[in-house]
Structure formats: C-alpha cells, structure tokens
Write a protein that binds this ligand. Structure first.
Ligand code: SF4
Ligand code: SF4
Length: 196
C-alpha cells in the first residue's frame, strides 16, 4: 500500500513522534535566583554573545496553528536545553531589553530577567519553564527559543504549509511505550484513546 506524503485532506493523517517533556515541578530557590543573577552579571562583564552562526536558520513558523498545538501537546521537551544554557540569555538579548525600555540600563535588564523567574519550574529543565509554559514573554525570549523547531515540528509545518487543513497524529513515545497520542489539526487537539 502506498502512503501519500505529505498528507492531504482526506488522507490518513501523518504520524509524528514526540519524546515526553518533564511535568514534575520544583521550586526556583533563592540559590537558583542567585546563580542566574551571577550568570547574567557574567554575561555583562564578559560581553558574552552566543554564536549562533553554526546553527540552521530559525525554522519555527507561527503561520499555522498545528505547530503551536504540537508544541502544547509536547509540553516543551526542547526546553531541557535551556537549563544548561541558562535560557540562552546573552548580551544581545539584554541589549534588546534595554532598547525596548528607554532610560533603563543593562544592569536593569539583568534584574528584569531575574525577576521573570517563576516560583516553580519543570524539574530538570530550564528555570523559566513553568507549568504555564515559558515565563519569559515571547518578545523577550532568545532567538534560539523562538526559532527552534524539532524534526516533528518541522514535519508538521511542512504539512500545514502544503495543506492548511492538514491533520497529524502526534504520538508521545518513551521506553518502548506509547504514553499519549492526539489527533491535531488546525482547529483542535483531540486526545486519542490507548492502545491505538
Ligand atoms: S519544538 Fe519540538 S520539542 Fe520543542 S516544544 Fe515543539 S514539539 Fe516539543
Ligand atoms: S527561556 Fe523559555 S522557551 Fe527558552 S528554553 Fe527556557 S523555558 Fe524554553
């Protein structure tokens, strides 16, 4: 049997695979805040800029709702990388904050990013990943955060670009087990009963 790719309306929906994101929350402690402040002060002192020239061009595309639905279904697995990279905050981002706040300084920018830390974050992930998603407003996030698209998201974006009504089945798979599955289209996300 031949399966058409990308799927069009009327075809069986394509399948994309997700890895589960963490859901367990833990407090953002005083030490966490102090360490983030020290990191940001270091960014200023060293003029640290994250070199993204070796990365592919940003691929995230908000033009189709299926993509945002997929990320919501996923829960932000990719934000685990933001833990070690301290939300990818560099001098460029701090300067952008300052430019958006006339009369304020880069030191104010560091304080603002510390103040954006949530009370609780997802265990093992970025300090800014809260139960409600990223605690940093989108326009104040690093370009890496706004532009990143994993393979599953890229596949969904391609499908939606080819067919605005495209539907996909997103399967969250972990340790040889299907944990969740959902049918996602432009208008809704419907959880599917397991086993499929
Ligand atoms: S880009 Fe991929 S890993 Fe990141 S939240 Fe979206 S679906 Fe999940
Ligand atoms: S800053 Fe926000 S989008 Fe970026 S890694 Fe952290 S939680 Fe994810």
């Amino acid at each position: 049997m031949r399966k058409r790719w990308p799927g069009r309306s009327g075809d069986a929906p394509a399948v994309v695979w997700l890895q589960p994101a963490g859901v367990e929350l833990q407090a953002v402690t005083g030490q966490d805040r102090a360490e983030q402040r020290a990191y940001l002060e270091g960014v200023l002192a060293e003029g640290m800029v994250i070199d993204t020239s070796g990365l592919a061009q940003p691929t995230a595309d908000d033009g189709h709702p299926q993509g945002a639905r997929l990320c919501a279904q996923c829960g932000g697995r990719c934000c685990e990388h933001g833990g070690g990279w301290r939300a990818f905050i560099d001098l460029t981002l701090l300067q952008r904050w300052r430019d958006q706040h006339p009369g304020r300084t880069l030191v104010d920018a560091t304080a603002a990013y510390v103040a954006m830390l949530p009370a609780r974050h997802v265990h093992g992930s970025c300090l800014y990943q809260s139960a409600q998603g990223c605690a940093i407003p989108r326009e104040l996030r690093a370009d890496i955060c706004n532009g990143f698209a994993c393979q599953a998201l890229q596949a969904v974006q391609r499908l939606a670009a080819a067919d605005a009504g495209a539907a996909v089945v997103a399967i969250t798979f972990h340790q040889d087990r299907v944990e969740r599955a959902a049918l996602i289209d432009a208008t809704a996300t419907r959880e599917l009963e397991l086993p499929l």
